[in-house]
Design a protein around this ligand. Structure first.
Ligand code: TXA
Ligand code: MG
Length: 334
């Protein structure tokens, strides 16, 4: 279906397009990225325009290996080496002081750049065949759901793209963890597909200040901490399924919405039971499975025309941190 409106391109063609200043979406092991040559400010400007992304939110630069990452930064502390040895290629982004060759538009004027070595074979092939660092945010309109399949990219960005490299569904489904190594102590800026306890085993002390949700206009203080983010078109409502009063209220709301012809989706872990138009219980209920499927389920409900999605709040504990973070932001009203 999406093949009609957006061009699926080979890695070789994608590399040519990127070298010529084009915009190409490509798979990584986390989500699809919207790539442009990171050293070409005009190409990078097209990323911000296509996404409708505020210029205050910096981009991750993808490179093929540690040597290419080190070439973009001024400092390479021991913690960076340990983290890179343990998790690269993989779903980890390190923020480090940038070399002057990294254009200011990439870092939103900050002195530090986020670098990541993705493990997806097509991403690796693309990076190696261009020989370029590729700036790539998730390939979706700003604040909307991230894409884990090429059709999600096509629906969100369509004609703004020069091509999509089709790698099918992504393996992890949630974005990389972002660690800031510019301060006295490493700081987790965004929980992601690597969990906090595993990161701490390698990194040592790693500060996590909780889900800081910045108000509009504060993006520069806390890049990526914008209040509404990762959001489906439908309104997402998180439900404490073990709170009987809330459950009763939700059941009534859902019933009255449906009585007025509104469409209701229900996602959960087996406890939340609602009469809905579509219901899905994640199984098995582990963060890896939920992480892999979450965005695809939300995309699917949007596509079917859900007006409201009730979702059972995920369990407590560090393993669920990234999922709780995404859902909390996604449920902020637009
Ligand atoms: O898994 C991922 O990280 C995907 C794939 C495509 O690599 N990319 C991704 O990019 O999620 P994006 O732009 O959607 O999210 C990047 C996050 C944002 O929260 C951004 O603010 C933060 O990383 N970030 C990037 N560069 C930064 C910097 N120099 N300083 C602080 N935060 C930075
Ligand atoms: Mg994103």
């Amino acid at each position: 279906m999406y093949r009609g409106c957006v061009k699926i391109v080979s890695v070789q063609r994608a590399a040519e397009l990127l070298r010529a200043g084009g915009l190409v979406a490509f798979p990584t092991e986390t989500v699809y990225g919207l790539g442009a040559n990171a050293l070409d400010p005009l190409a990078v400007r097209r990323i911000f325009a296509a996404k409708g992304r505020p210029p205050t939110n910096p981009l991750i630069v993808h490179v093929a290996d540690v040597a290419a990452a080190r070439a973009l930064v001024r400092v390479w502390p021991p913690a960076a080496q340990r983290l890179a040895d343990a998790f690269w290629p993989g779903p980890l982004t390190l923020v480090l002081p940038k070399q002057p060759q990294v254009p200011d538009i990439v870092t939103a004027g900050l002195d530090a750049v986020g670098v990541r070595v993705p493990s997806h074979p097509l991403a690796q092939e693309l990076l190696r065949s261009t020989g370029l660092p590729i700036a790539a945010p998730s390939a979706n309109r700003s604040t909307e759901l991230s894409p884990t399949r090429p059709e999600h990219v096509a629906r969100s960005l369509g004609s703004a793209l020069d091509g999509i490299v089709d790698g099918g569904p992504t393996a992890l489904g949630l974005e990389s963890a972002v660690i800031d190594l510019t301060g006295a102590e490493p700081r987790l800026l965004r929980p992601g597909s690597l969990d906090l306890d595993r990161l701490r085993e390698v990194c040592g002390p790693l500060r996590w200040e909780g889900n800081v949700i910045a108000r509009k206009g504060e993006a520069q203080l806390a890049p990526g901490m914008m209040e509404r983010h990762y959001a489906p078109r439908a309104q997402l409502v998180l439900v404490d399924a073990d709170d009987p009063a809330q459950l009763e209220a939700i059941k009534k709301d859902s019933q009255s919405l449906r009585a007025r012809g509104r469409k209701v989706g229900c996602l959960g872990f087996g406890v939340l039971q609602l009469k809905a138009d579509w219901t899905h219980a994640f199984d098995p209920q582990d963060p890896e499975t939920v992480g892999r499927e979450l965005y695809a389920r939300l995309h699917e409900l949007d596509e079917r025309g859900a007006d409201v999605i009730y979702m059972e709040r995920p369990p407590a504990g560090n393993r669920w941190l990234a999922i709780r973070d995404r859902l909390q932001r996604a449920s902020v009203k637009g």
